[in-house]
Design a protein around this ligand. Structure first.
Ligand code: PHE
Ligand code: ZN
Ligand code: ZN
Ligand code: ZN
Ligand code: CA
Length: 296
């Protein structure tokens, strides 16, 4: 799997920051900074050779958009791996960690697929969701509008929401509910996705912990219809414990992201090491799952 360029991911974050600065300070649903963000992502994917769709929906009297990009040059169209991140911010700020980080990391992964002219066994489909912050509206709209046949073709969904938190944890969605807490395991196949992501962090010597499928991000509509899911997360408003600070460094007694949903969620609100490791983990998971034969 490739080493994703941290500089390239951060260049996308700078573009999201500029878009927010030029559009009233945010990239929120129904605001001009959201559509500008969607057009930025779509433009790069179109130029790279993806087949893209700007899917619109209405929520709260405003038009929202999902950007969907499929790598149609290769892969079995009946065996789809989806990779998604929400592209909207809250209205309070530019949303650079939440979720410029996941959006930029999957964007750079998609662009690397194109640069390598990757020919995976699975069909790769990337998604940038609208209106997550208003209740997973874009991803729910997408899943609701799949026919039964289209839905059955999606064999896995990888979600990345907040992957550069300034006081980071290294959380992997707990597909097997190995900690025995929370909402229980994900759909069958989620445990294998979890193991694949854990394998990457093990290979770089970074310990991980589980985070529950608690319904707070865009994997929710996918697991609700039985699609296996997984992904990573570096923490939001939760407080890093002393045990977690011993494990990962950083500051015990402080939030993983003290700027969560605030105006200070800017390009300064990113831990480069966490962003770099997560971007590389995304590429590892995409390459491993999509290129495996027989598919995993
Ligand atoms: N989805 C939350 C948000 O965008 C953040 C979050 C992600 C919380 C993953 C928990 C787990 O605000
Ligand atoms: Zn949020
Ligand atoms: Zn988020
Ligand atoms: Zn687990
Ligand atoms: Ca659990």
């Amino acid at each position: 799997a490739p080493d994703i360029s941290l500089a390239a991911v951060k260049a996308h974050l700078s573009q999201f920051q500029t878009i927010a600065n030029d559009n009233g300070g945010n990239r929120a649903h129904g605001r001009p900074g959201y559509l500008a963000s969607a057009n930025y992502v779509k433009g790069l994917l179109d130029a790279a050779g993806f087949t893209t769709t700007l899917q619109s929906f209405t929520y709260n009297g405003a038009t929202g958009y999902n950007v969907i990009a499929e790598w149609t040059r290769a892969g079995d169209a009946n065996d789809v791996l989806m990779v998604g991140a929400h592209l909207d911010s809250v209205s309070a700020g530019p949303g650079i960690n939440d979720n410029g980080s996941g959006s930029a990391a999957i964007l750079e992964t998609a662009l690397e697929v194109a640069r390598q002219n990757l020919a995976p066994a699975k069909r790769l489909r990337f998604a940038w969701w609208g209106a997550e912050e208003l209740g997973l509206r874009g991803s729910q709209f997408y899943v609701n509008n799949l026919s039964a046949t289209e839905r059955s073709r999606i064999k896995g969904y990888l979600n990345f929401d907040m992957v550069g938190s300034p006081n980071p944890g290294y959380f992997v969605y707990d597909g097997d509910n190995s900690d025995g807490t929370g909402a229980g395991p994900g759909p069958a196949g989620s445990a294998q996705i979890e193991r694949t992501i854990q394998d990457y962090f093990t290979s770089i010597g970074v310990p991980t912990r589980g985070t529950d499928f608690d319904g707070r991000s865009d994997y929710g509509p996918f697991i609700a219809v039985g699609i296996p899911a997984g992904g990573t997360f570096t923490g939001a408003e939760g407080i890093k414990s002393s045990a977690q600070a011993s494990l990962w460094g950083g500051t015990a007694g402080q939030a993983f992201d003290r700027c969560y949903h605030r105006s200070c969620d800017t390009t300064a609100n990113i831990n480069d090491t966490a962003l770099d490791r997560n971007a590389d983990a995304i590429a590892y998971a995409v390459w491993t799952i999509a290129t495996a034969t027989p598919p995993v």
